[in-house]
Design a protein. Sequence first.
Length: 664
Amino acid sequence: MKHTLADGVEIDLQAQPYRPRAEELYALYRQEGEMTRRNGVRQGLWVAVTVYLLFLVTDILLIPDVAPYTIAARFVIGAVAILVIETQFRMNAKTQWLDLTCAAALVLGHAGWLFPAMMTTQIESISYYMIFGAIFMMGANLFFSFQFRLSVVTSSIVLATFFFALFFFTPKSASYQLAFGTFYISCFIFTSYVNWKLNRERFKVFLNAFEARIQQKEASERGRALLRLSNTDSLTGLDNRRAVDQRLRDYWSDWQKYGKSFAAILIDVDFFKRYNDFYGHQEGDRCLVLVANALKDSIERYNGSIGRYGGEEFIVLARLKTREEAAALAETIRCGVETLALPHEQRRDGMSIVTVSVGAAFTRSQTGSKLERLIHEADRALYGAKANGRNCTRLFDPNDPQSSDESEHIAALLKIAIDQKLVSLVYQPIRNVASGRVDAVEALMRLKMLDGTAVPPSLFIPIAERTGAILDLGRWAIRTVCQELLANDHVPVVSVNVSPIQLRSPGFAASVAAILGETGVAGGRLALEITEGLDMEMHSDILRCISDLKTLGIRIWLDDFGTGFAGLSWLRLIDFDTVKIDRSFLHDCDAPRGKAMLKDIIGLVRNRGPKILVEGVETEEQLALMRQFRIDQVQGFHVGRPAPARNFRPATPGSTRPGRVEPA
C-alpha cells in the first residue's frame, strides 16, 4: 500500500523506539565501553608497572639480602606485561584479552615478588612488608575496571598466594597470622564489594545514558515529524502553503544570486465548488487527492516542487531555461488532469470531467523585480485562463494588453470600495462548547462590484494585500465593528482578521488605540486574528506591534493553525490568547488517522496554554466530538452562519449578554 507524506508523518508520530532486551543491553554496554576500556587498560598497566618497579626501593631498604632477586623479578614481569599488552593492542585484540593480561600481570607480580622475598633472613622486616601485598588485591578490584567475576578470581588468587606464604614461610605466630589473615580477608571482602558496586553503578550510568539517548532520539524524530506536519498538507500529502512559501523564497534567491530561472505555475480545479456541493466533501477530497497525484506525475521529469496553495488551488515550481519550456510544462499539467477523466456532471460549459485552469509566470529581468510580482503575474495568468473558458493554460506575457484580467479591475475597485460603500461586514458567532453561549463573533469582510456582483474574499483579500489597500480596509473594519456591535454592548468580543502588511505598517497599534478611544470600547473586547501570509516573517517590527496591541488589552488570536499559514514557531514566540484550528482537521476526523492528527494538534496547542477554537463545525456529531476533546470554543454553520450586525440583538434591554443570532 502506498502511503502519502501525511500518512508517513502520522506513522512517525505514533512509532515507538526499539528497546533492546536485557541480554542485548549487556552486550551494548560491553560494546559501547570497548574503546574507553581498551585505552584505560593499556594506560593503567603502564602506571601499575611503573609503581611496581618503584617498590624496588623498599626491597633494597627492607630485604637487602634478596633484593637482587625481587628486583629482577619485578623487571622481568613488568617488561613481559608491557610487551604482551602492547602487542595485543596493536593486533587489535579484544578487550577481554587485555583484561586477562592485566589480571595475570597482577597475580604474577604478586607471586614474583612474594616468594623470593620469603627467602630473606630479615624476618621482622618481611613480616611487616607482606602487608603491601594487599595493593595487588586493591589493583584487581579498584584500580582496573575489571568485570566483577574477573576481579574476584584475580583477588582470590592473590589472597590464596598470601595465605600460602603466611602458613608455610612466615613465623608460626598465631596472633600474627590471625591479624594479617583477618586484614587480608577484610581487604578482599571490602574491595570485592566496592568493585561489585562500581560495576553496578557503571551499568546504571550506561542504562540512564542509553534511556536518555532513546528519549532524545524519540523527541528528535517526533520533532522532525511535527516539522513535516507543519509543512505538509494533511489531505494530499503535498507541501502546504508554509512550505511552498519557503521554496518560493529559495527559488527566488537562486534566481537573484545565480541567475537560475524558474517558472511559478498556479493550477485551479475548474468548478470545484459545484463538484464538492454535488458529490459531497468526501468525494471532493478524493478528487483533490487524485488531481494532486496527477500533478506529481506530470512534473516528475522536471524535478519540480508542488504544493497545495489553497482550497482547490495548487502551485508548481520548476527550474526551467525558457518561456517555451514553462508553457510546455503548463500544458503537460493540464493534460495530465484531463487524462484522469474524473466525472463532473455539474458543469455547464460542455465538459463533463474534472479539468484545471493553469496560469504560469516565468522569471525575467525587470525594474523593481520582486517575488510577489512573479506570483501576481502567475495569478493574473490563471484568471486569464479562467476568463478564456477554463481547461486551458495561459503564460503571462507582459507585452500582451489582454494580460490585465479581472484582478486589475478588483485592484481599482478596492480604491473606491469604502467611499462607495461597496465593502461591508458580516459576523459569524463563536460559541462556548461548555455553556453553549455566544462568547464572541468574527467579522468577515464582503465586497461587491458596482453592479452588485459579490466578489469572494479569497479573490479580493490577496489583491488588497498586494496593492496595499488592506491598510485602509483594515482600519475601516476595526472602526466598523466597534461602532456596530461593541459600542452598544451587543456582543462581548469581536474578532477581526489582520494582515501581516498591517502589522508591519508603522503606527498600526496607535491607529487601533485611537479607534478604541473614539468609540469608547475597551481593548479587551477586541480580538485580532493573525494569519501568516506569503511574505510573513517574524521580525522585530511585527513582534513589537503585537506587544503594543497586547498592552492595549487587545486579544491576539492565531488563525488557521495547522494549514501552513501559521507555523509552530509562532506558538513559541507569541503569547496567543486563542488558537483557531483550521476546519480541514475537523473534517478529516471521519478517518482514524485524521482524528488522531487533530488530537495531536490539540494536545500540542493545549500544552502551550491558549484557548482552543475549532472552525468548521457543521454537524451535531462534530459538536459532540468537540465536547469529547474538551475544546473551549467552536465556530461553523452548525453553530451559526454569518449575519449582518442588525441580526445581533441583546437578550433584554440594557443587557450586555449576546442574544440569539438570526438566520442570515
